[in-house]
Design a protein around this ligand. Structure first.
Ligand SMILES: Nc1ncnc2c1ncn2[C@@H]1O[C@H](COP(=O)(O)OP(=O)(O)OP(=O)(O)O)[C@@H](O)[C@H]1O
Ligand SMILES: [Mg+2]
Length: 330
């Protein structure tokens, strides 16, 4: 079972427009709504690929019903904690189809109260006790009111239960959580640059960054770089577990690039990558296969307006086209 944790979900509202201009009244061509949030997108991809997943998320106000109804319709198992004050946020994406520009308006979301936070910790601890969880994906920003050590504390609890924690967040919560050694981290390029406080200008510098993070004790490091692809490092001791017999055993860092495509919406591609990658690892597939599934899911995500909606046929199509290279940069 793959658990995903989304503490600050949001209704994703996609507005499809033509030649959008500021300082104008505007007639929207189409409105698309989706139950959004990074972990929810990851679960959506795992579900669409045929895996077993459970969403744990926090909802409040009128939006709670929307999440219940949508996730039920999508047949995604979910456990909710309801907050007493405040409403789940709405994140608006303006997609200009003629100018091919995407603009996002991200709300902060509700401020959680101390009682909410205690309830969340209790619910998560109970979930871990009674459900057999192999991977737990902790994704996204922390809600207002939650202290920056939250992920770090949860990782500690999960590590003790031998759950493989996958962390996809940024800023201080990421920095603090790394000390507790999550199993996998997946920053994107700018999140990795912020974490390490350096610019990563080429593959050689990316490789050094991945090596540095592996030395911090993280088992698998993925840095996704949008349409440029992904670089993945695996601890050498895990190579036998994850590496295929066809590759040599010297290199533990890999790189894969997607083909050039015309995108509809790239929001959630990192979540789709993680969904595909973890799904594949949970099936005991080798690292090349997991990278190809992840990258294929990331690309497929860009072909739909809704984050995390991937088509299995697209995954097979792209999977056969992607080459995973071992990185040998001296
Ligand atoms: N424009 C694109 N064309 C092809 N593939 C893409 C494109 N954008 C993303 N991808 C694929 O998806 C993966 C993840 O994308 P990206 O690095 O943008 O994630 P992200 O910034 O974490 O996204 P989000 O946080 O919105 O989910 C990339 O490694 C790549 O494989
Ligand atoms: Mg991301």
């Amino acid at each position: 079972m793959i658990l995903t944790v989304t503490l600050n979900p949001g209704i994703d509202k996609m507005l499809i427009v033509d030649n959008f201009k500021l300082n104008n009244d505007y007639r929207v061509k189409e409105v698309i709504l989706s139950a959004g949030g990074k972990g929810i997108n990851v679960s959506r991809v795992i579900k669409l690929l045929g895996g077993k997943t459970l969403v744990y998320t926090i909802v409040g106000g009128y939006a709670a019903k929307f999440f219940e109804t949508e996730l039920k319709r999508e047949k995604i198992n979910a456990k909710f904690t309801y907050i007493k004050k405040g409403v789940t946020r709405t994140n608006t994406t303006i997609i200009d189809v003629s100018k091919k520009k995407i603009t996002r308006l991200l709300e902060k979301g509700p401020v959680l109260l101390q009682n909410d936070i205690i309830k969340i910790k209790q619910t998560l601890t109970a979930l871990i006790q009674k459900t057999k969880i192999e991977y737990a994906v902790l994704s996204g920003t922390l809600p207002q009111g939650v202290d920056e050590y939250f992920y770090s504390d949860i990782i500690d609890i999960m590590n003790k239960k031998n759950i493989k924690v996958v962390l996809d967040t940024s800023g201080l919560p990421l920095q603090l959580a790394i000390k507790n050694k999550p199993y996998i981290i997946k920053p994107n390029l700018s999140e990795a640059e912020e974490l390490l406080n350096i610019k990563l200008k080429n593959l050689s510098e990316l490789k050094d960054a991945v090596n540095f993070l592996l030395k911090c004790g993280i088992k698998i490091v993925c840095i996704t770089c949008g349409n440029k692809g992904v670089i993945v490092g695996v601890q050498k001791e895990l190579l036998d577990k994850y590496k295929s017999v066809t590759t040599n055993k010297k290199e533990n860092i890999f790189f894969a690039q997607p083909p050039e495509i015309e995108i509809k919406n790239n929001v959630g591609s990192g979540d789709a990558f993680l969904g595909g990658f973890i799904f594949s690892l949970s099936k005991k597939e080798n690292i090349e296969s997991a990278i190809k599934t992840g990258v294929s899911a990331g690309i497929s995500n860009t072909l739909s307006y809704k984050p995390g909606y991937i088509d299995k046929k697209n995954i097979s199509f792209f999977y056969s086209k992607i080459k995973v290279k071992e990185l040998c940069i001296e």
